[in-house]
Design a protein around this ligand. Structure first.
Ligand SMILES: Cc1cc2nc3c(=O)[nH]c(=O)nc-3n(C[C@H](O)[C@H](O)[C@H](O)COP(=O)(O)OP(=O)(O)OC[C@H]3O[C@@H](n4cnc5c(N)ncnc54)[C@H](O)[C@@H]3O)c2cc1C
Length: 446
């Protein structure tokens, strides 16, 4: 049995702690803030609740696997529910397209009706054609411990014949520029540039269509709470308000951590779930050169400033769960995203809790005014307006073949592993869970 210390109680740290405890290790987790969940948090006011972190996820199997491999299965603890309402795309030319998220036939039909048969056929062929890319990524980089780009064989990806960037991929494969906008939206989170993201990120459109998009009733904070309960059941010692200020090492192996109050905790294995730039800049006194070099390459997506609205229902058609208002193709006008989760517990009766975010820079203009200018005027229905917290989704793509810059989960310091948004395979709820699973596999059974 190894003594394991997990630094940070975001989703990556919670998942790693749960898995390692189930494997029989003696696990303790130190979280500097007063609560678990990290980026997973909500904002509440006047009876409304908005998710200020993740609102929906793909690859629900990652959560199911985590719960099954750490104790009782997910179904006995929490419901993930599929997002069934189509995503509404509103284009600059006035076209409105309600695109089902997880139906091949439904996508074809909606695209045929609104963008025409050629656009529908090229979309279907493009998304179908990503099957091989998904299989390569899944089997060589996501569901197994990843040893670095050479493992995957950038050559392997190249052999798939993908062009360099997501943007060139979309333009080469899709006949309608509006379909390119749909692909880029599905493939990238806020803050990443399609011209600097590799073509293989298009696989997200395949993943979403195949495995669906899932939400967490009551918000993702419920998932963090369920993981907190799982840690208690597995006997993990959780300390809140406990900042780790140093990961201690001896020669080339980890020996434990030191807390801000001076306390030293010995460990055979340390798993950090912190921003890895902080790990190599401050927590680790002598970070291995390659790791330091790598973490310096990480670039976070620029901070986003969502606007949180409490809206009176209009009495007309209910708002879709997600509406994307695209700018004109090639104009640089950012897309605006309006999320209105279908969760009655998020708002008083007759109201919706709505989040407005901007994918890019509006040059100081008010997103609610810009929305009105693009035909979605919510102004008369607002009962509450809150400026949401500044958040960054995580590392962004730095160039078509330059990757996210995130290091592998096993480091060159023996016993030191890294998880979370700044470690392989990068940000996003399912990806952070995959990274934690890889760490548990590498540490192994007690
Ligand atoms: C606004 C926003 C929206 C998002 N939307 C989605 C979405 O819709 N779908 C999706 O899949 N993903 C989404 N994501 C991404 C996803 O939420 C994150 O990738 C994931 O939650 C990050 O988890 P993490 O393990 O990196 O931990 P983090 O959330 O980064 O948590 C790290 C924890 O470590 C603690 N910590 C840091 N330093 C120390 C220290 N020295 N000592 C002790 N504790 C420390 C912090 O307090 C924090 O609690 C979103 C993220 C954001 C910010």
């Amino acid at each position: 049995m190894a003594r394991v210390v997990v630094v940070g109680g975001g989703l990556g740290g919670l998942a790693a702690a749960a898995r390692l405890a189930k494997l029989g290790h003696d696990v303790s987790l130190y979280e500097s803030s007063p609560h678990l969940g990290g980026a997973v948090r909500d904002v509440t006011q006047d009876g409304f609740r908005w998710d200020a972190g993740p609102a929906a996820m793909t690859l629900p199997a990652t959560v199911r696997d985590l719960f099954r491999k750490s104790g009782r299965p997910l179904e006995r603890v929490l419901d993930l529910t599929p997002v069934t309402s189509p995503r509404r795309h509103v284009f600059a030319d006035g076209t409105v397209l309600d695109l089902p998220v997880a139906s091949r036939a439904g996508q074809r039909q909606a695209l045929e009706e609104h963008l025409g048969p050629a656009a529908a056929a090229s979309w279907e062929a493009t998304v179908d054609g990503l099957t091989q890319t998904w299989e390569l990524l899944r089997t060589q980089a996501l569901e197994v411990p990843f040893g670095g780009a050479r493992d995957l064989g950038i050559g392997g990806l190249r052999a798939l014949g993908l062009p360099r960037s997501l943007r060139s991929f979309g333009r080469a494969r899709l006949s309608d520029p509006r379909a390119v906008q749909i692909l880029e939206y599905a493939a990238l989170p806020e803050g990443s540039d399609p011209a600097r993201a590799p073509a293989f990120t298009a696989v997200a459109a395949y993943v979403e269509r195949t495995f669906g998009l899932w939400s967490c009733p009551g918000g993702f904070a419920g998932l963090a709470r369920a993981l907190g309960t799982r840690l208690a059941e597995r006997g993990v010692a959780v300390r809140l308000g406990a900042e780790v200020v140093e990961v201690t090492t001896e020669v080339d192996r980890v020996t434990g951590v030191r807390l801000a109050n001076g306390e030293e905790v010995a460990a055979d294995v340390v798993v950090t779930d912190v921003d890895l730039r902080a790990l190599t800049d401050t927590l680790l006194p002598r970070p291995p050169g390659p790791l330091r070099k790598q973490t310096r390459r990480i670039r976070l997506a620029p901070a986003a400033f969502p606007v949180l609205l409490g809206l009176r229902d209009s009495g007309g058609d209910p708002m879709p769960a997600e509406t994307v208002l695209h700018g004109s193709p090639g104009s640089g006008d950012p897309a605006l995203v309006v999320r209105a989760p279908e969760d009655p517990s998020a708002a008083p009766a007759g109201h919706r809790a709505v989040t407005v975010s901007v994918r890019g820079d509006l040059g100081g203009r008010d997103p609610v005014e810009v929305l009105a200018g693009r035909g979605l005027d919510l102004r008369s229905r607002i009962t509450v307006r809150v400026e949401g917290p500044a958040t960054s989704y995580g590392p962004r793509w730095r160039g078509a073949w330059r990757g996210l810059g995130v290091p592998t989960n096993r480091t060159a310091v023996r016993g030191l592993f890294v998880v979370g948004a700044t470690a392989h395979p990068g940000p996003g709820v399912p990806y952070v869970f995959l990274g934690a699973a890889a760490v548990a596999e590498q540490v192994g059974k007690a």
